[in-house]
Ligand binder design. Structure first.
Ligand code: NOJ
Ligand code: NOJ
Length: 411
C-alpha cells in the first residue's frame, strides 16, 4: 500500500510538476544519491577505499569491489570534492581517494601484473577466484585516468605525489600499453573480443599518460603512451558501421555470448560520457554517437512494455536489445546516461529541445525509483518495479553525473 501510494504520488508529481517542482525533486534526489553513494564506499567490514557495487549479498551477490564501477564512482567523488565548499567535507572526500590508492596498491600486489584485468575483488582486497568473464581491460585504464585526475588535484593543492600513487598509476598504464590489443571481456562481462567501450577508455588513459608522464619527467613512459595511442586510434575506425552510420560495440568476437546480433549497445554512449578527451574524436555531439543513441531509443521504446504505458516520460533504456540478464530490462544507469548525453547535446547545439529530451529521461528514471530515492540496477520491463541489485552504486553515480551535465546546460 505504501509503495503504491508512493507510486501514485510520484506519478502525480512528475506528471504535473512545474519547472520549480521538478527542480526540487531533482535536488532532493541529488542529495539522496550522494548519501547512498558514499555509504557504499569503505563499509565497515571492508578494507578502506573499497567500493561495493551494491549492498546486496544475494540474488544477486554484488558485495564485491568491481574495478570499473569503483573507478567511475571515484570520478564522482572527485566531482563532489570540486563542487564542495566546506573544507571538512572536502578533506573527507580526499580521505576516500587516499584509501582508494592504498587499496589499489593492495589489489595490484595481490593479483600480480598479468592479472590487473581482474574485474572484481573481495572486500578484503583479494582477487575474486571463482569463474568469471576475465580479463576486463577497461578496468586498469579507467582506474589510471581517475588516479591521474586525483594526482592533478594533489599537485594543485601544492603537495607532492606519493611514491605509492605514482607506482599504481604507472602499473595500470604499463598494463594498458602491453595488453590493449588483446581480446578481453566487455563491460557487461559477457562477450570476449574487442570492444569500443574498452578501447576508448584505454585511449583516454594513454592520452592522460602523455600529459602526466611528461609533467613528471617519465620520458620513456610518455613515449610509449604516444606510440601506442597512435596505433590504438587507427583501430577505433573499425568500430564504425558506415552503412548505418553508428558505432558497433564489439568486433573480432572470439567467445562469450553470441546472440548480440544487432551490435547496438548503450555501452557506446557510456564510452563517450566516461572517456571523451575533448579533442573532437568521437565527440558526444558527433553523428556517430547521436545516431547510435537514436537507434537505441527506437529499439527500446518498442521493446519494453513500460515505455508504451507511460509514454509521456522518456524511454526507459537498457544495455542492448538482446539482453537476457534478469529477463532483459531497462537499467537506471543507461537511462540516466541518455539524459547526460542529451544535456551535453543541449549545450553543444544550444538546443532547448535536447534539454527537454534529457529531462524526460530523468523523469523516466525518477518515476521508477524507490522510497527515499533508492535506486537499484534495473526496472522490470512489464511492471516498472526495481529489479536485481538494490542501491547500485553506479546507478547513483550516473544520476549525479547527469545532474552535473544538467547544471552546465542550465548555465
Ligand atoms: C553477471 C554479469 O555481471 C552480468 O553483466 C551478466 O549479464 C550476467 N553475469 C550474465 O552473464
Ligand atoms: C553487472 C554489470 O554488467 C557490470 O558492468 C558491473 O560492473 C557489475 N554488474 C557490477 O555492478
Amino acid at each position: 500500500m505504501k509503495i503504491f501510494l508512493f507510486f501514485i504520488f510520484s506519478i502525480f508529481l512528475l506528471n504535473s510538476s512545474s519547472a520549480d517542482e521538478f527542480n526540487q525533486i531533482l535536488n532532493e534526489q541529488e542529495y539522496a544519491a550522494k548519501q547512498y553513494l558514499m555509504a557504499n564506499i569503505s563499509p565497515s567490514d571492508a578494507v578502506p577505499g573499497t567500493v561495493i557495487a551494491s549492498p546486496s549479498r544475494q540474488g544477486p551477490d554484488y558485495y564485491f569491489h568491481w574495478v570499473r564501477d569503483a573507478a567511475l564512482v571515484m570520478q564522482v567523488v572527485l566531482n563532489l570534492y570540486e563542487e564542495e565548499q566546506d573544507p571538512v567535507i572536502k578533506s573527507f572526500y580526499l580521505q576516500r581517494l587516499d584509501d582508494f590508492v592504498d587499496l589499489t596498491h593492495l589489489q595490484q600486489t595481490n593479483s600480480g601484473f598479468q592479472s590487473y584485468g581482474e574485474p572484481k575483488y573481495f572486500v578484503d582486497g583479494r582477487p575474486y577466484d571463482g569463474p568469471w568473464g576475465r580479463p576486463q581491460n577497461d578496468g586498469p585504464a579507467l582506474r589510471a585516468s581517475v588516479l591521474m585526475r586525483y594526482a592533478s588535484v594533489i599537485v594543485q593543492n601544492g603537495q607532492s605525489l606519493s611514491q605509492k600513487l605514482i607506482n599504481v598509476i604507472k602499473n595500470d598504464l604499463e598494463y594498458t600499453i602491453q595488453f590493449w590489443r588483446d581480446p578481453n571481456f566487455d563491460l557487461w562481462e559477457e562477450v570476449y573480443g574487442d570492444h569500443f567501450y574498452t578501447r576508448f577508455a584505454q585511449r583516454k588513459a594513454l592520452l592522460d599518460c602523455q600529459l602526466w608522464a611528461n609533467e613528471n619527467n617519465f620520458k620513456n613512459l610518455a613515449q610509449s603512451c604516444t606510440r601506442e595511442v597512435n596505433q590504438l586510434n587507427i583501430s577505433l575506425n573499425e568500430f564504425k558501421d558506415y552503412d548505418q552510420e553508428i558505432l558497433k560495440t564489439t568486433i573480432n568476437r572470439v567467445g562469450g555470448l553470441d546472440y548480440k546480433y544487432s551490435n547496438l549497445d548503450t555501452a557506446n554512449v557510456l564510452a563517450v560520457l566516461h572517456s571523451y578527451n575533448h579533442d573532437g574524436e568521437f565527440s558526444p555531439a558527433s553523428s556517430w554517437v547521436i545516431n547510435t543513441a537514436k537507434a537505441l531509443d527506437d529499439k527500446f521504446k518498442v521493446l519494453y512494455p513500460i515505455n508504451s504505458q507511460y509514454s509521456h516520460f522518456g524511454t526507459a533504456i537498457g544495455r542492448y536489445p538482446e539482453d537476457q540478464y534478469y529477463g532483459g530490462n531497462p537499467w537506471f544507469l543507461t537511462t540516466f546516461a541518455m539524459a547526460e548525453l542529451y544535456y551535453k547535446l543541449a549545450i553543444e547545439f544550444h538546443s532547448q529541445d535536447y534539454f527537454q529530451i534529457a529531462d524526460n529521461y530523468m523523469k523516466r528514471g525518477l518515476f521508477h525509483r524507490g522510497h527515499g530515492g533508492s535506486i537499484a540496477e534495473q526496472m522490470n520491463k512489464y511492471t516498472g518495479f526495481m529489479e536485481s541489485a538494490r542501491d547500485l552504486t553506479w546507478s547513483y553515480a550516473s544520476f549525479l553525473t547527469a545532474m552535473k551535465a544538467r547544471r552546465a546546460a542550465v548555465k
